[in-house]
Design a protein around this ligand. Structure first.
Ligand SMILES: [Fe+2]
Length: 511
């Protein structure tokens, strides 16, 4: 990879380094020299939301640099790594009201090509990030991308991100739990900042600041554009719509703070900046005519969990026989508007693969022969899953592949309307990728339950990493990439298993 993390900047003096390297003339004009307390770009750079002609570029002036209430940050994007051919440049005003984050939209770009970008402010310059645009509509070009989720900071190191950056994917699809709001715990491999769980805007900003300082996370952000959804831990464990797990009457204020901080720290367009506790995240991203990502939000609009534990909200594991509410047909995990939007998108016939990128395991997973389900995933909303699978069948959606995260396990699943349906009734394929670092269930428990769930072709709770996918006209190949030890910052990587899905033939085949 051409991008090095800015590890030496503090020691060597970022200002001297930037000036010695020679700040590009276009950047100097808008970036008056000044004295920073420390490297203003210590939180790295990122890009996201790739379209055929545009991409969003992100950075945030680090609080430790002591920025003024407003700072001018210039940016440029070039067709070459050496910035001899700058194709777009601009200046953004980074204010304290947005945590000095920058969301620059580089437009007028050519489809399907790599670009390099960087920022400058007050005489300091960021590292160089690499990004790319999507292919033009109608073009069919191969795509390599990775799905990832759940990077709990105090559960491990981010060696997985370093290995993913080395693989140089075209795109990273992040499926939720970018931060964990949880309080610091003792005796962990790393320790969360602060004194309690994140609840206020300042708390959430500080938590993102801690995560964003990780060199391996910075490396993968600087290596490829990302597209995003979120899950619960960007706000609070197990929240559902407007209700938090602790039933706090102030939950919507907390959600507003958390949504705001999420936008501030992701390469999302300025137009998405939330004004209150609502933020539309679900969207579609096309990769020419090869693939369409339907990126879903199953947190903001879902019905409350069925049969919550006494005295609080959130999930539990229930016997279906003891929880009639679980089977109420009208319950929704996406909300009606998003369900309709998804159904409309799946009816379109102008792509070869429909990739449904969303948070949590869609396949049914029972822990007992009689039916015992965890209520936070789609297993807690079986009517909603049935509606979606019926939609896929009725609309004859082309090659549906579901991409999931959240459960800190690698699961490869055949999605069927009834779990006992024969193999020729498979409707879609699901790749549920394990966590980057967050801890999983004991493998013995998952192994004991797998025979009860024969539609789950692979299930491992003891693997950390990501899924690397390659999409071509005739097949999708998925490799489950697993680190040797999540507690080891120098962990190695291997492929634990690989599967493929053939054009026109739903269901995963082991390769
Ligand atoms: Fe998670």
């Amino acid at each position: 990879m051409p991008v090095a993390p800015p590890t030496d900047l503090h020691r060597r003096g970022f200002l001297a380094l930037a000036l010695a390297a020679g700040v590009a003339p276009g950047l100097v004009a808008c970036a008056h020299r000044r004295s920073w307390r420390s490297d203003p770009f210590a939180l790295g750079v990122a890009s996201g939301c790739p379209r055929p002609g545009s991409v969003v570029l992100w950075t945030r002036i680090a609080p430790a640099a002591e920025p003024a209430a407003r700072e001018s940050v210039s940016w440029e994007i070039a067709a070459d790594e050496g910035f001899r051919s700058v194709v777009r440049a601009g200046v953004e005003s980074a204010g304290a009201d947005s945590a000095h984050s920058v969301h620059a939209e580089a437009t007028g770009l050519e489809p399907s090509r790599w670009y390099w970008y960087r920022f400058a402010a007050g005489g300091a310059r960021s590292v160089v990030g690499r990004t790319r645009t999507a292919p033009a509509a109608g073009r069919e070009e191969a795509l390599s991308f990775a799905i990832a989720s759940c990077q709990r900071y105090d559960d491990g190191h981010y060696a997985a991100w370093r290995h993913m950056a080395d693989e140089a994917p075209d795109l990273v699809v992040f499926l939720g739990d970018y931060i964990y709001e949880s309080a610091p715990r003792r005796n962990r491999v790393r320790t969360h900042s602060g004194t309690g769980a994140a609840k206020t805007l300042a708390d959430y900003r500080a938590r993102y600041e801690q995560y964003k300082a990780d060199a391996n996370l910075q490396r993968i952000h600087a290596a490829a554009p990302w597209i995003f959804t979120w899950d619960d831990h960007e706000v609070q464990n197990d929240y559902a719509g407007d209700r938090g797990q602790d039933l706090s009457p102030a939950f919507l204020q907390r959600r507003a703070a958390a949504y705001r901080a999420w936008w501030e720290h992701m390469p999302l367009p300025a137009s998405m900046r939330p004004a209150d506790a609502d933020l539309r995240v679900y969207d579609r991203y096309d990769w020419g005519r090869l693939a369409r990502f339907h990126v879903l939000d199953d947190r903001q609009y879902r019905d409350y969990h069925a049969c919550p534990p006494p005295g609080r909200a959130g999930s539990t594991t229930v016997d279906a026989a003891d929880c009639p509410e679980l089977l109420v047909a009208g319950r929704t995990i996406l909300g009606r508007d998003q369900e309709r939007w998804l159904a409309d998108g799946l009816a379109r016939r102008d792509v070869r693969w429909n990739l449904i990128a969303q948070q949590t395991l869609m396949a049914p997973f029972t822990w007992t022969r009689e039916g015992r389900y965890w209520t936070d995933g789609w297993a807690g909303y079986p009517g909603a899953r049935d509606r979606l699978l019926d939609t896929i069948v009725e609309r004859a959606a082309v090659n549906p592949v579901v991409l999931s995260g959240d459960v800190h396990c690698n699961y490869v699943c055949d999605l069927k309307r009834g779990v006992d349906d024969p193999p020729d009734r498979v409707i879609a394929t699901e790749f549920c990728g394990t966590s980057i670092s967050s801890g999983g269930l004991p493998q013995e428990r998952v192994a004991a339950a797998l025979p009860l769930n024969p539609h789950i072709r692979y299930g491992r709770a003891d693997e950390r990493g990501y899924v690397a996918l390659r999409v071509g006209a005739s097949r999708v190949d998925a490799r489950l990439r697993v680190v040797s030890d999540v507690l080891d910052p120098d962990a190695t990587i291997r492929t634990a298993a690989a599967f493929s899905v053939e054009d026109g033939k739903p269901g995963a085949q082991r390769i």
